[in-house]
Design a protein around this ligand. Structure first.
Ligand code: GLP
Length: 237
């Protein structure tokens, strides 16, 4: 793993540089995308560079990590809605070439990995991290060999994500997520984390034991992972 530390604007710009390099070399790259507050700075920077004509996503295809069960794409807390509002509407990607797992047609999850493989596999997978080490919605204990699947969300994840809903009762109890193997199949992975709340889990992810109890620790086994942290998230390294 290569670890880069800087303030949030700097790490967003550095991560955007990785996208610019990839798209220059491979304009029809397959991107694995993530939701959450962490990638917002990167997404704003990608939007800015696209508007400025510095990069284009015209030939890109994308696959998102996860989606809440029970929310369709028009629900303002669905991850499809998040992607449309925070990235896709600011870049020139063909919206028909963007995929988010369905939170309604759960049976379709079984075919998600095949769709990714048919597209040629993910060139660059973006990840945030949950306070408990989850990547996508792969909660602690998820087998490293897992493919895209249905998960029960832990109480801690529901509480952490309740800030986006009017009450905890409205936070879905399940989600569909790419599996750990799906993520590890990506040719390159960027993990981002911001803020002191992520410091303990970032230390465990980078320096701790590789264990399903810390799902992100599996990234130690991937040959091409770049980690972008602000000073607070890096404070326990
Ligand atoms: C959610 C998502 C994850 C994300 C995590 C962290 O649970 N499923 O993919 O990494 O939240 O979110 P944030 O970036 O807001 O801290």
């Amino acid at each position: 793993m290569k670890v880069y530390i800087g303030d949030s604007a700097i790490i967003a710009a550095m991560a955007a540089d990785r996208y610019a390099e990839l798209l220059k070399n491979k304009p029809n790259a397959i991107l694995g995308l993530a939701t959450g507050s962490t990638p917002l700075g990167l997404y704003a920077e990608l939007g800015r560079r696209c508007s400025a004509g510095e990069i284009t996503f015209k030939s890109v295809r994308s696959f998102n990590l996860d989606e809440y069960v029970g929310l369709d794409g028009t629900h303002d807390q669905s991850y499809r809605y998040f992607m449309n509002e925070n990235l896709f509407k600011y870049i020139d990607i063909d919206i028909a070439a963007t995929r988010v797992p369905s939170g309604i047609d759960i049976a379709a999850a079984a075919a998600y990995d095949d769709e990714i493989e048919k597209a040629g596999g993910i060139d660059l997978q973006l990840l945030g991290i949950g306070n408990n080490g989850h990547i996508g919605f792969n909660e602690p204990g998820t087998p490293f060999g897992s493919r895209t699947h249905l998960v029960d969300l832990t109480e801690s994840t529901r509480i952490a994500n309740a800030r986006f809903f009017s009450s905890i009762d409205e936070v879905p109890t399940q989600a569909v997520t790419m599996g750990i193997r799906t993520v590890m199949n990506a040719r390159k992975i960027i993990l981002m984390a911001i803020g002191s709340a992520k410091a303990p889990i970032i230390a465990a992810t980078i320096n701790g034991e590789v264990t399903p109890e810390v799902p992100a620790s599996v990234l130690q086994l991937h040959p091409d992972v770049e980690v972008y942290l602000d000073q607070e998230a890096a404070s326990l390294l």
